[in-house]
Design a protein around this ligand. Sequence first.
Ligand SMILES: NC(=O)c1ccc[n+]([C@@H]2O[C@H](COP(=O)([O-])OP(=O)(O)OC[C@H]3O[C@@H](n4cnc5c(N)ncnc54)[C@H](OP(=O)(O)O)[C@@H]3O)[C@@H](O)[C@H]2O)c1
Length: 329
Amino acid sequence: MVGSARFYIPQRRQQSSRARGSRAPSAAVTYVTRGARRLGDMARRYVTLRILLNSRVNLRVHRCDRHRDPAGSTIDDMSISADSRIAVVTGASSGIGEATARTLAAQGYHVVVGARRLDRLQALADEIGGTALPLDVTDEDSVEAFTTVLPRVDVLVNNAGGAKGLATVADAVEDDWRWMWETNVIGTMRITRALLPELIASGDGLIVTITSVAAFEAYDNGAGYTSAKHAQAVLHRTLRGELLGRPVRLTEIAPGAVETEFSLVRFEGDQERADKVYEGITPLVAQDIAEIVGFVASRPSHVNLDQIIVKPRDQASAGRFHRTANPPK
Ligand SMILES: NC(=O)c1ccc[n+]([C@@H]2O[C@H](COP(=O)([O-])OP(=O)(O)OC[C@H]3O[C@@H](n4cnc5c(N)ncnc54)[C@H](OP(=O)(O)O)[C@@H]3O)[C@@H](O)[C@H]2O)c1
């Protein structure tokens, strides 16, 4: 009796919700829903516009060109020169992304930099004559606000990412895994999906994804990061096939140990633990990777560098290093 009652109640709920779902919404419901969506869109555009104005952004926002900001000037008033090629670098507030933004700007790109720490981004944008926009790749609304204002995109560098923790699978911390998958995998998917039309429309697009040697190897205590980087890499490699015949090149750059804030983030601000990762080796620096991105971006458009694995001379694999007391700087 009890068993059948337990089974019966969910079934009824399922049936009634299915029945509700199959009914066409009333005109009033449709009207209210559309109204709410329109209000949401307007609010988003307003927030985007305030960000643009506050960030002293110099972009032409062609998707919203019929909207006016509260001061009365049209968004069309803000424009960059028509022949500027635009490079987008995610995670540009430090490390590899920051260095890459500088390199691409020196090559003549107008670089749009995104990350969560806007103060750092703004200083970088001021320095390189680019555009700083707030971006949290784990937040769909943030990605939409970021990508919607870009008038064109020629190069996308999927760099935002990182690791959290170093634990065995037996001791896996779900929040850390979630952070790594949300940032490295879903974040890359979101930004790429949103910008694909612009990259194709550019006639000569380039997507560079910074994966890792962790996208090729597994190592003890690293499954959260290695699995996320494997997944990010597979996403990127899948696109290589899906975009065949379209004017978009794809390059995966898989670095070994690069001394950035990476280990500081991984160990939640523990500087001593972070320093130990690079102890006794001469690690790569962010500029080493940036120069590779610059090389990739400056190849003729028929040349596709599919994968580049780059490690310090002192590193043979993800977990095997030659460490000495006084490594050359
Ligand atoms: N360093 C290495 O040894 C190494 C090796 C192989 C691969 N990589 C990969 O290289 C990439 C860059 O790392 P890095 O070494 O330069 O480390 P980093 O200095 O810690 O830089 C990571 C960048 O990602 C951004 N970021 C993190 N979460 C984000 C989010 N939710 N939305 C937007 N941006 C976010 C950070 O900016 P905010 O915190 O301001 O948002 C920061 O700018 C990562 O994908 C990393 O996995 C690094």
